[in-house]
Write a protein that binds this ligand. Structure first.
Ligand code: TXA
Ligand code: MG
Length: 333
């Protein structure tokens, strides 16, 4: 089959991946959001393998991926009307729903919670794999716990290398940040994690959706304060803030104001490296490049990364969430 980037993923490799999954092993799976580390959701030893490879604490539950909306009914106990309405519009796509689970769903997948996270990914390679596998694949992002999410097959190999027998290469992820998680366990729908689907896209479909400024880790166990973190210290920074002298600093920003005004001369020179995610100010383009840019800056051995917060609307909310967690607890010297 041909993936969205015109890269061919041979049927034989998909067949091999299915065989590996049936044997209880894990594979690297491209999705439109980020790459996942996928294992058979019905097989507790495959789930244990995912936690072990990621070095992830077992209190942080996994998302179950299915090929179709219809298939998801096999994993959930109830499917409220508003959740269905969102799924009808946005599946396949970067939307994860939290719903009451069916009893067969292993405790290890849900960290013992009575609810389960479900998603139908759109990426053609994930779709083919799920259809051929004909089951549910539990898949967290394919990075070590707390670190930068991978958006290319190369990043998965660099991160998890020898521990994963097959990484399917589906090209760079088109969204570039994780799915948006919406819980339907209470009467009012609630966003637990900002992601590639925006509030502005969802509210016209189901009306008001609640969210917490700082999501409560007890509601979304993965919402820990430090996450998506580079090894290099990262701090939130505005263009009007000073730049430490004598340090090698990289700048991560949507764009910078025009460089040609007299007071801006030399601006770029103050930084050892620049990653400007979208000169035109397009948040979709910025999201698609975000984690890769962070990974590249992290590889340069800098003293620090300055990151300029994004506008707080649309995908900017999800990007700012990632930035705050990446900066948490670190200090640029
Ligand atoms: O885009 C994505 O969602 C990617 C791709 C691979 O699908 N997956 C992903 O998985 O981001 P992960 O494991 O990195 O994040 C899943 C998060 C968990 O950290 C947790 O907060 C939340 O989903 N979650 C899972 N099950 C939950 C549940 N029953 N209740 C509340 N939150 C849950
Ligand atoms: Mg993750």
């Amino acid at each position: 089959m041909i993936n969205q980037w015109g890269v061919e993923v041979p049927q034989q490799i998909i067949q091999e991946a299915v065989a590996v999954l049936r044997a209880g092993e894990v594979v690297g799976m491209p999705t439109e959001t980020v790459y996942g580390l996928a294992g058979d959701a019905r097989n507790p030893s495959a789930l244990a393998r995912i936690y072990a490879i990621k070095q992830r604490p077992e209190f942080d539950p996994l998302i179950l991926h299915a090929a179709t909306f219809e298939k998801v009914f096999e994993a959930v106990d109830t499917f409220p009307q508003k959740a269905r309405a969102l799924a009808e519009v946005f599946w396949p796509g970067p939307l994860t729903l939290i719903l009451p689970k069916k009893s067969w769903v292993p405790d290890l997948a849900t960290s013992g919670l009575p609810s389960v996270a479900v998603r139908v990914p759109a990426h053609p390679v994930a779709q083919t794999l799920l259809r051929k596998f004909d089951g549910f694949l539990a898949a967290p992002s394919a990075n070590k716990f707390g670190r930068i999410s991978p958006t290319t097959a190369g990043a998965v190999r660099a991160e998890l290398g020898g521990e994963v027998p097959i990484v399917l290469d589906g090209g760079p992820c088109s969204c570039g940040i994780e799915s948006t998680i919406v819980s339907f366990l209470e009467p009012e729908p609630r966003v637990l994690r900002w992601g590639a689907l925006t509030l502005e896209q969802m509210e016209p479909v189901i009306g008001r959706i609640a969210f917490q400024e700082k999501a409560d880790p007890r509601l979304a166990p993965g919402n820990i304060a430090s996450h998506y973190a580079p090894r290099t210290p990262l701090k939130l920074w505005q263009e009007t803030d000073p730049v430490e002298t004598g340090l090698r600093i990289g700048l991560l920003a949507l764009r910078v104001r025009p460089m040609d005004t007299p007071q801006r001369v030399g601006f770029a020179k103050r930084f050892h490296a620049l990653r400007l995610l979208s000169p035109g100010g397009d948040l979709e383009e910025a999201a698609a490049r975000f984690f890769q840019a962070l990974r590249e800056l992290d590889a340069l051995g800098l003293d620090g990364i300055y990151a300029v917060p994004f506008p707080e609307h649309g995908l900017g909310r999800a990007l700012n969430d990632r930035l705050c967690r990446a900066a948490h607890g670190t200090r640029v010297p």
